[in-house]
Design a binder for this molecule. Structure first.
Ligand SMILES: NC(=O)c1ccc[n+]([C@@H]2O[C@H](COP(=O)([O-])OP(=O)(O)OC[C@H]3O[C@@H](n4cnc5c(N)ncnc54)[C@H](O)[C@@H]3O)[C@@H](O)[C@H]2O)c1
Length: 339
């Protein structure tokens, strides 16, 4: 049994507590939350779990193998550092930190302590996102031209990070995973209306290697919950709708075929005609499953087997680099910034 302590039982933490509690190879031995009222709610469900308003008891408890952190981003660096120094494996919610030098420090510390450091980029564990990755790797879409990603809803409105740090962290992690690389530059604009200085909506365009463009629209100030992605390749196109639980992926057998006709006269250019091919739309079968469960399973497997996680500290750091570049670009009114 892997003994787990969960720090942070706010909106997201209870999902982690449930998953590690229900897992056959893990046991939740502590839940920590600075708010005693949250702990009362945990006690009602899990009467045998140790509860505390500070993390000291967890760090000092030699029984604890792993610490799972679901507190606000601004607290991640301190808590992850303490847990790694105490010799615990760590799963920290996304984004790993709000600062790349802090994330670097945590990656180096995890390596030195020989502990697993994993970041909760839960979409990488989404069965639909994983199916798209298989299609991309198999070349089903051909060369990828561009990707658009829309992630909007009304709330939750955060104050410690803006909508890009909160929401685009998901999209950047998905894009990096699908494309197998990180963006080179970013240009972004954003607006902060509710809390001055904290952007409620951000519109960003990321340039990836091989001329791939990724366009993001994230907002917690929108009337409709939307999680839509469109991927355009030169052989096929694809949509991913995370709100459609049973059929999230659609593969469109559509393409532009480039037909060049030979020049009729020796002194003229070859003429170009784009013809459109519209074939079938197929809906791959995606197994239903809770992505967070897949993520928690993966964390426990990595601890047991000593294998590096799919979304380890380094992958989390790569996301932070992109988020920092988005932030710089927003502050510079959209200037293209290197990542
Ligand atoms: N993977 C996902 O899809 C997903 C979804 C939501 C949130 N998150 C992430 O989870 C984290 C928490 O988000 P949330 O929505 O649950 O926030 P929240 O504000 O609802 O909950 C945070 C909890 O942490 C507690 N807390 C704060 N500082 C603490 C400290 N130093 N020690 C102990 N407890 C402390 C607070 O009392 C609160 O109960 C964030 O990093 C967020 O980005 C991830």
């Amino acid at each position: 049994m892997i003994r787990v302590a969960v720090i942070g039982a706010g909106q997201w933490g209870p999902n982690l507590i449930r998953n590690f509690h229900n897992h056959r190879t893990s046991e939740v031995v502590w839940v920590v939350d600075a708010d005693a009222g949250r702990l009362d709610q945990v006690r009602a469900r899990f009467p045998d779990v140790g509860l505390d308003t500070a993390a000291d008891s967890v760090m000092a408890d030699g029984r604890v193998d792993a610490v799972v952190i679901a507190t606000p981003t601004s607290t991640h660096h301190t808590l992850v550092k303490r847990a790694l120094e105490a010799g615990k494996h760590v799963l920290v919610e996304k984004p790993i930190t709000a600062d790349s030098s802090q994330a670097e420090e945590l990656c180096a510390l995890a390596a030195r302590m020989d502990r697993i450091l994993m970041v909760g980029h839960v979409f990488v564990y989404n069965p639909g996102v994983q199916r798209v990755k298989q299609l991309l790797d198999a070349g089903d879409l051909g060369r990828v031209y561009y990707v658009t990603m829309v992630r909007t809803n009304l709330g939750p409105i955060r104050v410690d990070v803006n909508a890009a740090w909160d929401l685009a962290s998901h999209d950047v992690s998905i894009a990096n995973y699908w494309l197998g690389t990180a963006p080179a530059t970013v240009s972004a604009v954003g607006g902060g209306w509710i809390n001055p200085g904290v952007e409620d909506a951000v519109f960003a365009t990321l340039r990836y290697p091989n001329d791939v463009l990724v366009n993001l629209h994230v907002s917690w100030l929108s009337p409709r919950k939307t999680r839509e992605i469109t991927l355009v390749g030169d052989r096929r196109m694809l949509t991913f709708d995370d709100m459609n639980l049973s059929e999230p992926v659609r593969l469109y057998d559509k393409q532009v075929t480039d037909v060049r006709t030979p020049a009729p006269y020796i002194d003229s250019f070859a003429s170009f005609r784009a013809s459109l091919r519209e074939g079938d739309i197929t809906i791959p079968r995606i197994p239903l499953g809770e992505p967070l469960k897949v993520e928690c399973d993966h964390f426990l497997e990595c601890i047991a087997a000593g294998k590096p996680p799919l979304t380890g500290g380094r992958e989390g750091l790569t996301v932070v680099h992109a988020l920092e570049a988005i932030q710089r670009s927003v502050r510079a009114a959209g200037r293209e910034e290197p990542v």
